[in-house]
Design a protein around this ligand. Structure first.
Ligand SMILES: Cc1cc2nc3c(=O)[nH]c(=O)nc-3n(C[C@H](O)[C@H](O)[C@H](O)COP(=O)(O)O)c2cc1C
Length: 330
């Protein structure tokens, strides 16, 4: 069994990665239903939270049905991070996760996200202060290092553990790599193989097939897989991995009925959460993904992304089911 603080998880849990503009409550709920064992919010700026920026505070919303859920925050200023821990706690998450991995310039240039990989002492002291400031388990998500020449993840992970970090998820790329090349899981396995490590070590990066998840478990010996891009528009990825683990076989792809149902529910949950206009507008790019790979679908895709009212979009979903209901996905 794998434990994050007191949270008990099944063997080799599957975690939905934090993803900006993707990992919102409706999407997290769908992934949870399909087998994600832990879900994370997208990253939330500590400075934004303190300013009470409406957009930031909305990102704190969580559904009971998605637990256990981690809220991820980023920042490099101790005061702001501690204040935002207090704000985040009010939303009642199960975990507080610190983003020490975001590679984008506007975050890194402020020393936050992966920027902190240039100052490991600060990374450790921030984590320590946050652990001491909350009763919730504090986890860290990070990368291998700043660049290829400065990979010290084994030492970094041990230091984070020593100040009370409850679990660490490591993306097998450096900041310099951004998203290029293949994720390297070898250094993550080194972290796990350090005899002093006792907290869960989760692998992240390029888990895009059940076979790769199995490799991460069996060859690299990691404690769980954090899954990002493979789940975008495809929450069924989680159940497919679990089915493969149980049977050694590939699960049948989700039927058209399941896809239409997911699209409908995604849209409905988004509307309930954000209101009609934003719900329709911001869910578009999700629900079109549910229908990838269907031939002669262009007209329907077009209507899905241009229809402005939910009744119209639901109507398109009905038509899609009527026309393509028998489509066999392979
Ligand atoms: C659209 C998108 C948004 C992301 N946003 C975040 C984020 O908010 N916080 C974070 O820690 N990582 C973020 N990431 C990185 C992912 O969590 C993950 O580390 C990365 O995609 C590698 O995993 P994958 O190969 O399974 O996608 C994002 C990635 C993508 C593709």
């Amino acid at each position: 069994m794998v434990k994050i603080g007191d949270i008990e998880l099944p063997d080799f849990p599957l975690l939905l990665a934090p993803m900006e503009d993707v990992s919102d409550p409706p999407f997290r709920a769908l992934c949870k239903e399909q087998g994600a064992d832990v879900v994370y919010t997208e990253f939330i700026s500590s400075e934004g939270l303190i300013r009470d920026a409406a957009k930031s505070t909305m990102k704190l919303d969580i559904y009971e049905k998605e637990r256990p859920v981690g809220i991820q925050i980023f920042g490099a200023n101790l005061d702001s991070m501690l204040k935002s821990v207090e704000i985040v706690e009010k939303s009642g998450p199960d975990i507080i996760d610190i983003n020490f991995g975001c590679p984008v310039k506007k975050v890194v240039s402020k020393g936050a996200g992966a920027g902190i990989l240039k100052d490991i002492d600060l990374m450790v002291s921030l984590t320590k202060a946050m652990v001491e400031h909350t009763k919730l388990p504090v986890t860290v998500k990070t990368r291998l290092g700043w660049d290829h020449d400065t990979i010290k993840i084994v030492e970094v992970a041990e230091r984070l553990q020593d100040v009370g970090c409850a679990a660490i998820a490591i993306h097998g790329r450096t900041r310099a790599q951004m998203y290029k090349g293949d994720a390297d899981w070898h250094p993550i396995a080194e972290v796990k193989n350090n005899p002093r490590m006792h907290i869960p070590v989760f692998g992240n990066g390029d888990v895009n097939s059940p076979e790769k998840a199995m490799l991460m478990r069996d060859k690299f010996g990691l404690d769980g897989a954090m899954i990002g891009r493979a789940s975008i528009g495809y929450p069924w990825f989680f159940r497919e991995v679990k089915y493969f683990f149980e049977t050694g076989e590939h699960m049948a792809k989700p039927t058209m009925e399941e896809r239409v149902d997911a699209a409908r529910r995604h849209l409905q949950m988004s509307i309930d959460w954000k209101g009609e206009r934003l719900g329709v507008f911001e869910t578009r790019r999700h629900y079109t993904n549910y229908f990838k790979g269907i031939p002669h679908f262009k007209e329907y895709r077009q209507r899905m992304v241009t229809t402005d009212d939910s009744a119209g979009v639901f109507q398109v979903f009905d038509e899609v089911f009527e026309k393509f209901g028998d489509h066999q996905f392979v």
